[in-house]
Design a protein around this ligand. Structure first.
Ligand SMILES: Cc1cc2nc3c(=O)[nH]c(=O)nc-3n(C[C@H](O)[C@H](O)[C@H](O)COP(=O)(O)O)c2cc1C
Length: 206
């Protein structure tokens, strides 16, 4: 394997918000190719419980964006003090321009996560979230940016009605998707993995 390219992809696939090209439609064929790659991710029981709803319709994107913006405003109001400025700028920019992003992808999993204990919840989310991340990686490898978002879920039911999503589906993430501008991305700032890796007992690091 070409480790340099793979490591670069894994370390530089960012939440793209300010660098989404709002003027260029996203090639549907490329997106389908990325979805086909993404579904190689693990999926509980290999049942194909993942679903991807690609939204390009202008009125529907605007309606979803309005819900997103409303939820963002409420979220911000509740957490303004501890919200890091850099993320705030970027997140506010996305909220302001959400409707203009040429494509939105909502990933869904079969079954409602509220019905069932931790095992079923993990199985349901686990059947779509790995594929959602793989989709972001595949898109990035083809010059397309996305941001993992969940704020729309404050209006999950309303959005389900708008798009005809059946009652037994749980939405996982909403990705605003567009070609990115500029050349490259840098690795993100993270708490080092070694500080979060334990051996044999909780919090026992080496
Ligand atoms: C479960 C989850 C929910 C998220 N929800 C949102 C969101 O609603 N809006 C947003 O702008 N970013 C959202 N993010 C993106 C995070 O803010 C982002 O991943 C984090 O700040 C790290 O930045 P990076 O993805 O660029 O490395 C979410 C990420 C995850 C994993």
């Amino acid at each position: 394997m070409d480790l340099a390219s793979i490591d670069h992809l894994l370390t530089t696939t960012r939440s793209v918000r300010k660098r989404l090209d709002l003027t260029r439609p996203v090639d549907l064929k490329v997106v389908q190719e990325c979805i086909d790659l993404a579904i190689q991710a693990p999926d509980g029981g290999n049942r194909g419980s993942y679903h991807f709803l690609v939204v390009t319709d202008t009125a529907k994107r605007a309606a979803i964006a309005a819900y997103y913006r409303k939820s963002f405003a409420a979220y911000l109001e509740a957490r303004k003090e501890d919200y890091a400025t850099r993320i705030y700028d970027s997140a506010a920019h996305l909220a302001d321009h959400f409707a203009e992003v040429p494509m939105q992808i909502i990933t869904c999993t079969e079954g409602r996560v509220e019905t069932g204990g931790a095992m079923m919840q993990a199985a349901r989310y686990g059947s779509v979230l790995p594929a959602t991340w793989s989709l972001m990686l595949a898109l990035r490898s083809r010059g397309i940016g996305a941001a993992w978002t969940t704020l729309h879920l404050a209006y999950e039911k309303e959005i389900a009605e708008l798009l005809g999503i059946p009652d037994n589906m749980t939405q996982g993430a909403l990705l605003p998707v567009a070609y990115y501008t500029g050349e490259d991305f840098k690795p993100g700032k993270r708490i080092p993995g070694a500080e979060r890796t334990y051996f044999d007992s909780w919090a026992a690091t080496r």
